[in-house]
Design a binder for this molecule. Structure first.
Ligand SMILES: Cc1cc2nc3c(=O)[nH]c(=O)nc-3n(C[C@H](O)[C@H](O)[C@H](O)COP(=O)(O)O)c2cc1C
Length: 619
């Protein structure tokens, strides 16, 4: 067949058909394109214009989704004599509730990326980019710099001043300094002539926008006054927001969670809407929650290193807590708390319910002409608890052990083989995690080489907090808000000892079950908006939830914790990969319905998050 030649402005791209594949040559790169994607889509790279996208004939749109160095063109074309397949019949939900009756399901549906809606993203106006840091002016900030475990400030190389004398206490400012710096301090500065400096932080963030903020509520300590403090990452300072005793108020906010009674302080994580919606529009809220999950993961791991047991508490009265933090509700909102109990004080297991359902609501009526942000604000508001405490029955609360398969999505693909069990390999972070947090970065490229199966086993085991032999410590706080509420799938491109294909991953049995056989690296790359690192990775983890069913049971609030939990897993995978000298990255941009279809799930399934794992190219 003669090659198809495409002309676009002054650039040229040629496509040619060979056997069952179509090859696209564009801008000096040759890419293999699976026939399944024709006749609708051809992917071509654009090395010169990172972040640009062309969609449809001669219409140019800015494409803010592509991150890192990945960039591509989408060119839609219909080959003569062939027509696009008719749109699939709408899914019929087996649920009693209509799939979009909740704010969560409606928001999820409205924020799906598809090839026909992705063009809605126009070019980014950098002059309107929200500031990366909150600027709290204070006469008396508490500098945490002198307590850093370095001799010099990492970037300026200025010597670190000696710490002022401190009262003899079991723990103090040095511990807070380490906890905050290695969780969310500035660990690199990216300087670019085109855009202003990006201060890269210890936690990853979609698009490097860092919408999460940290506050600390502290009481009864001799080295600092009772109060609520804001953590200023750029300066590594704590700034008082509210001085005074308010422990009782916080207890009431968190509905008297037992962990708070024993806690020495409470870490609060919030999200600033605009930082993410500036780039991602309505879908930004998803990224905020995922980011918050990554950060919670760092805080929990660092808490253990600094001698604390961290109790995750996502159940609080929203309006009450937001007003305590002086947040505007419309601009910044509290997302979760972590009650920090000093290890020496925790003798007995402390009961902890990390999740609290929100009350049921009548069917959601969306605004008629929503402005960007109306939908996520509605969802956040309709997932709130309080002001009159909503006390659900204890049975309605999910826990790490409450594995209930009826709330999980089930693929229509039947198992092809017996399950493969993970090996017993582990990543040991019992000594320290701070050095991994200091040096961690998301992978930008992969070599495409096979990942050893033992490494995959260790990475997944740490990611999901699975312990092969030892029984879970009953006194250990939960790591997740409700890990058993979503299903996990692994697309294996290249892992030693595993056939390439789509697997269902069951953490509770540590097993991988093959559902579809074949190398699907190109397809995975395509449904991830053409990001090369998805194709070149060794495997891709996909998290999916039956949102309608979960909302019926737990209210809209489940939307928050589903995303935070998958962010927690993503961060743990990132750190385990780094420890094993492998790479990993979160992937927040994808064509939702294409993934559901690929997994054999109904389009009402919520695809929550993707994580790639692979081999780092040798220098
Ligand atoms: C929720 C989330 C989504 C992300 N999505 C993508 C993505 O789609 N593509 C990509 O290349 N990187 C993605 N990243 C990685 C970020 O680009 C990266 O974290 C950020 O640039 C900061 O760099 P660092 O992680 O190396 O510190 C994502 C990270 C997070 C936390």
């Amino acid at each position: 067949m003669a090659p198809w030649v495409l002309r676009y402005h002054t650039r040229a791209a040629a496509l040619e058909m060979q056997g069952s594949s179509v090859f696209g040559r564009g801008f000096g790169k040759l890419r293999r394109i699976p026939l399944a994607s024709l006749p609708d889509l051809i992917l071509l790279r654009d090395e010169e214009r990172p972040g640009s996208m062309y969609n449809g004939p001669m219409s140019q749109w800015s494409f803010p989704e592509i991150e890192g160095s990945s960039s591509c063109f989408f060119l839609h074309l219909t080959l003569p004599g062939e027509r696009s397949a008719p749109p699939p019949e709408p899914e019929i939900s087996l649920d009693q509730t209509t799939p979009l009756s909740s704010a969560a399901a409606y928001y999820q549906e409205e924020t799906k990326y598809s090839r026909t809606t992705i063009h809605r993203f126009r070019s980014l106006d950098y002059s309107k980019k929200p500031p990366q840091f909150k600027d709290f002016q204070s006469e008396n900030p508490i500098s945490l710099v002198p307590y850093l475990p370095f001799t010099h400030i990492p970037f300026t190389r200025d010597p670190i001043p000696p710490p002022p004398p401190q009262p003899p206490t079991p723990w103090g400012l040095a511990d807070l300094s380490r906890l905050l710096f290695f969780s969310y301090g500035v660990t690199a500065i990216m300087d670019s002539p085109k855009i202003e400096k990006t201060y890269m932080r210890a936690a990853p963030s979609a698009g490097g926008l860092y919408p999460a903020e940290i506050y600390l509520a502290i009481w009864d300590q001799p080295f600092m006054a009772d109060g609520i403090y804001h953590y200023q990452g750029k300066e590594h300072h704590l700034v008082p927001v509210y001085e005074g005793s308010f422990r009782e108020k916080l207890n009431a906010c968190f509905l008297h969670a037992p962990a708070l009674l024993d806690a020495s302080f409470l870490v609060l994580v919030s999200g600033i809407y605009e930082r993410s919606s500036w780039r991602y529009g309505e879908r930004g809220y998803r990224r905020i929650l995922l980011d918050a999950g990554h950060l919670v993961s760092n805080l929990s791991l660092m808490a253990r290193e600094t001698g604390f047991n961290p109790y995750p508490l996502s159940g609080f009265q929203d309006a009450f807590l937001n007003s305590l933090l002086f947040l505007g509700d419309q601009t910044e909102v509290a997302l979760t708390g972590l009650a920090m109990v000093y290890e020496d004080l925790s003798f007995d297991p402390i009961p902890c319910k990390p999740f609290l359902p929100s009350p049921p609501h009548p069917a959601y009526s969306p605004p008629e002409l929503p402005e960007t942000g109306d939908l996520f604000r509605d969802l956040h508001r309709l997932s709130a608890v309080g002001p009159d405490p909503f006390i659900p029955s204890q049975e309605a609360l999910p826990g790490d052990d409450d594995y209930d398969p009826t709330v999980l999505p089930v693929s229509r693909f039947a198992p092809q083989r017996d399950p493969v069990l993970l090996s017993s390999n582990n990543v040991d972070f019992s000594d320290t995690v701070s050095r991994d947090l200091l040096t961690r970065r998301s992978a930008r490229h992969f070599s495409g080489e096979p990942l050893p199966f033992d490494d995959l086993s260790a990475i997944l085991a740490f990611g999901y907090d699975l312990s092969p032999d030892s029984l879970p410590d009953p006194a250990a706080p939960p790591v997740f808000f409700g890990r058993s509420l979503f299903a996990s799938y692994l697309v294996v491109h290249s892992v030693d000892g595993l056939l390439p294909g789509l697997y269902h991953f069951a953490p509770e049995t540590r097993s991988l079950t093959l559902l579809r056989r074949g190398n699907m690296a190109e397809i995975a790359c395509e449904f991830s908006l053409g990001q090369d690192l998805v194709r070149d990775a060794s495997c891709l983890l996909i998290q999916a939830a039956d949102l309608s069913r979960l909302v019926t049971r737990y209210g809209n609030r489940i939307y928050r914790t589903l995303h935070m939990d998958t962010g927690i897993i993503g961060e743990r995978i990132n750190l385990a990969s780094i420890r094993l000298e492998r790479g990993s990255s979160g992937i927040g941009g994808f064509f939702d319905d294409e993934i559901s279809e690929f997994l054999g799930l109904p389009s009402t399934t919520a695809i929550l998050y993707l994580t790639v794992i692979g081999m780092i190219p040798k220098p």
